[in-house]
Design a protein around this ligand. Sequence first.
Ligand code: ATR
Length: 274
Amino acid sequence: MTDCYAVFGQPISHSKSPRIHGFFAAQTGQDLSYTAQEVAPEHFTARVGDFFAAGGLGLNCTVPLKELAFDYAQVKTPRAERAKAVNTLKRLPDGAVLGDNTDGGGLVTDLLDNHHLTLAGQRILLLGAGGASRGILAPLLEQCPHSLRIANRTAAKAEQLAAEFADLGAVSGGGFADLAGQCFDLILNATSASLSGQLPPLPAGLLSPGGVCYDLAYGNQPTAFVRWGQAQGAAHSLDGLGMLIEQAAEAFRLWRGIHPDSAPLIALFDHERT
Ligand code: ATR
């Protein structure tokens, strides 16, 4: 029987994950199937149970299911425990289901390995204090930045999130207005605003000379935040295509024990949107 994997989400029809995992499987000579399945939150538990009962080996869970996947997993990696969200489930040999979160690892790999950036000693600004931010904080702080500031429309949420991760490094939180007069080497956008073409209200002069902007969202056209970064004179203003592919590569490794080569796929997807 073919080894079965899938991504669950809602909506899911535009997911690139089946193509990404199909590419990795072909590249590494693995015989597996990977499908995208529309799953509403109220059906999540039953659908996951059915999937694994039918012999499925692993699942990706995306919006809005990552917290439910966290609750479902019987065993969790430390970074999933920290994120309180799971994007990858794996059935273990004893039948238990392991939950991991590869989002932050995917982001860090994209920044360090693909874009040859350094995070150690850098002043990082993270925009947004929702699920996307929560998922990447621990892997970012592990890289020992000089400081990490979380800014959010609802300032109290940023303060709360910073307090939750304070044991991992110099992290603080506040509103956008508090940013006036501050300067950062790397600005990451993890708000959902960019997807609808909107930008958080950011004061001028936030980006240091030679600084980098990175939008966790991606699209066929530059996102509003990528364009903002370009207008600020960023040395690089990047979107989340590389993170998407690297988080998938980490999930593939968890499932199959082989780390695929993401470079040809990033080049292919990049080429398709030019
Ligand atoms: P996700 O899982 O994508 O992080 P979320 O948990 O709903 O989704 O969080 C969305 C984030 O985008 C939040 O930080 C939200 O700010 P609030 O906490 O103040 O709601 C932020 N956000 C959404 N729309 C925004 C906008 N138009 N301007 C600024 N921030 C916005």
